[in-house]
Design a protein around this ligand. Structure first.
Ligand code: HEC
Ligand SMILES: [Cu+2]
Length: 358
């Protein structure tokens, strides 16, 4: 922490974690969060001491025996300005400091590794692009930004990682994101921190931070053999999306290759940037936003695809090449080589969609 003496800071943190006042600081943002929390605690303590001191001193100095007759004091501009401006300044410091941290926590860096998370009563399901699925646990490498895209299948949940000082609500019907970078290997708590029904307190798990080598081994040993994009490709064929979206000149639907991250013009002239959330909405509720130049013929897939399936479709469209093959990306390179090597022909759909890998 560069705000106060590093030695003093380390001593303080050690003491606080030793006595379980705070969880270990295991992410990049954790010391920054703790510094803000410490600042707010100190300001509150100083305020508390000051107020108590004044109350006690004044009760002694101006008690009835010494001051039987009350004196009226007509305000002091200097005094009032002081006790207004100092707290205002302190609160503004907290506000600006807090906002800076807030935007840091909820703005993932572009090189972040992607993990999808579905919350449901009462478990967490994590899906890695390479096709690793886990329940109530999340394996991540150390020193690597990890972005979570969360959704709930039923009620509100909150994915909370106290050791990383990060949490995010999982909301039904809407994607939310959060990111972190673990700085310590080990196993840390994962909680649901939003009351979500009877077994809410059992909706817990482990976050396992591993060295890059161990993480690679874990990826290889836990893959389901089908990457998310391949699973999406299979769904894309079985739901007959490919009947309209196939990139051919006469296709009834727009070409989806390269649509991710692009700006679409809708029939009402509005411009939208295509992200995960937009893709999900486009599949479940196509009539809500019609792409310019196309007629509203796409049927809704509400109730036909699970949240996991939607993640697969999103991952498929994200990785789509112009000839409707799954494009290689840095994330899939890192996560999927074994998945693709192990299953050269996972499904008929995966056959015509070649997945290149090094
Ligand atoms: C009957 C033909 C048809 C089918 C089947 C179909 N779509 Fe579409 N789709 C369209 C048309 C036409 C549009 C453009 C108009 C609109 O926005 O609704 C569209 C738009 C989209 C968009 C918005 C992006 C863009 O470029 O406009 C996405 C994403 C999409 N479809 C995905 C899918 C997926 C995934 C499936 C299968 C689950 C699917 N579609 C099935 C015809 C179809
Ligand atoms: Cu929950």
């Amino acid at each position: 922490m560069d705000h106060i003496s590093p030695v003093l800071w380390q001593f303080l943190v050690k003491w606080l974690t030793n006595f379980a006042v705070i969880p270990p600081e295991a992410s990049k943002v954790a010391p920054q969060m703790d510094a803000l929390l410490l600042f707010m605690t100190l300001v509150s303590l100083v305020g508390l001491v000051l107020v108590i001191f004044l109350v006690v001193t004044f009760s002694i100095l101006y008690r009835r025996e010494r001051h039987p007759v009350a004196t009226q004091i007509e305000g002091s501009t200097l005094l009032e300005a002081t006790w207004t401006i100092i707290p205002l300044g302190l609160f503004l410091v907290m506000f600006v400091w807090g906002s800076v941290l807030y935007f840091r926590i909820y703005t993932p860096p572009p090189n972040a590794m992607q993990v999808y998370v579905v919350g449901k009563q009462w478990m967490w399901k994590a899906e890695h692009p390479g096709g690793q699925h886990e329940i109530n646990s999340l394996h991540v490498p150390i020193n690597q930004p990890v972005q979570l895209t969360l959704i709930s299948q039923d009620v509100f949940h909150s994915f909370s990682m106290p050791a990383f000082r990060v949490k995010r609500e999982a909301i039904p019907g809407r994607y939310t994101t959060v990111w972190f970078e673990a700085t310590e290997t080990g196993t840390f708590h994962l909680f649901c921190s939003q009351y979500c029904g009877t077994a809410h307190s059992a909706m817990i798990g482990d976050i396992v931070v591993m060295s890059p080598e161990n993480y690679k081994k874990w990826l290889q040993s836990s893959t389901s053999g089908v990457s998310l994009a391949q699973d999406g490709e299979r769904l894309f064929a079985s739901l007959s999306c490919s009947a309209c979206h196939n990139g051919t000149p006469g296709a009834r639907g727009p070409n989806l290759a390269g649509v991710y991250g692009s700006t679409l013009t809708l029939s009402d002239g509005q411009k939208v940037t295509v992200d995960d959330a937009y893709l999900r909405q486009a599949i479940l509720n196509p009539s809500a936003h019609i792409t310019q130049g196309y007629s509203p013929i796409m049927p809704t897939y509400q109730g036909q695809v699970s949240e996991e399936g939607l993640f697969s479709l999103v991952e498929y469209i994200k990785n789509l090449d112009s000839n409707y093959r799954i494009k290689q990306t840095t994330t899939t390179t890192e996560l999927a080589p074994v998945a693709t090597a192990a299953t050269p022909a996972a499904s008929p759909a995966a056959n015509n969609g070649k997945v290149s890998h090094e």
